[in-house]
Design a protein. Structure first.
Length: 219
């Protein structure tokens, strides 16, 4: 069964390009992004790993750990990193899990339990190993994005969602369509106007009784 929003992120021990990790210990009490790849030396994934390395400081600034996964051995990851640096200008500066035995891919439901790691698996065999997971400090799954092999991921969108998740975790608000950091937010409908006056001293604009917009409270 694939993991769902709100599930605990399955724990595992795995070899990575930065040594062996026990996932929950590695997470600690941080936010994290885990993103997966069907095979090394695949073109779209090459661009993704390079771009993630370029913008990793943005994740660092938000207190978010980054970790990749590919269904090949760690030794192959090191060779792939050289290609990524050559073509994208930046090699991965975060750990990448070696999942040639498909244990993690199966654990997260990206591949069926009966998938075999025996023989020569192609990227098409592993094409469903194309997920992005955002994991909260409580080790719960907060976001799942699933991409086809032909479409590169939008990591700027992942940053936008992280801004929303971190904001809404601390305040009784939600974020409207196409929200970006600094835009107005929505006061939770369960909060009465009287309580809202205390929580949101900047006031709000009521479009409907259930739709009250207020300036972002942490700005």
């Amino acid at each position: 069964m694939a993991v769902q929003l709100g599930d605990s992120a399955p724990d595992f021990t795995a070899d990575t390009t930065e040594g062996e990790i026990k996932f929950h210990d590695w997470l600690g009490d941080s936010w994290a992004v885990l993103f997966s790849h069907p095979k090394d030396f695949t073109p779209v994934c090459t661009t993704e790993l390079g771009y993630m390395a370029k913008i990793k400081p943005e994740f660092d600034r938000r207190g978010v750990k980054v970790i990749g996964l590919s269904a090949d051995p760690v030794a192959d990851h090191a060779k792939w990193a050289a290609d990524i640096k050559e073509t994208q200008g930046t090699a991965p500066n975060y750990p990448v899990i070696g999942d040639s035995d498909l244990v993690v891919s199966k654990l997260y439901g990206m591949l069926p339990a009966e998938a075999s790691s025996e023989g020569k698996r192609t990227p098409v065999d592993n094409q469903t190993v194309r997920n992005v997971y955002v994991i909260g400090p409580d080790k719960k799954i907060k976001l799942i994005l699933v991409y086809p092999m032909s479409t590169g991921r939008n990591f700027d969108e992942v940053l936008r969602v992280l801004d929303s998740l971190q904001l809404t975790a601390g305040y009784s608000v939600s974020t409207p369509v196409n929200w970006k950091d600094g835009d107005d937010v929505i006061i939770a409908p369960a909060i009465s106007d009287e309580d809202a006056k205390k929580r949101f001293p900047k006031g709000w604009k009521a479009l409907k009784s259930y739709l009250r917009l207020t300036p972002q409270p942490n700005k």
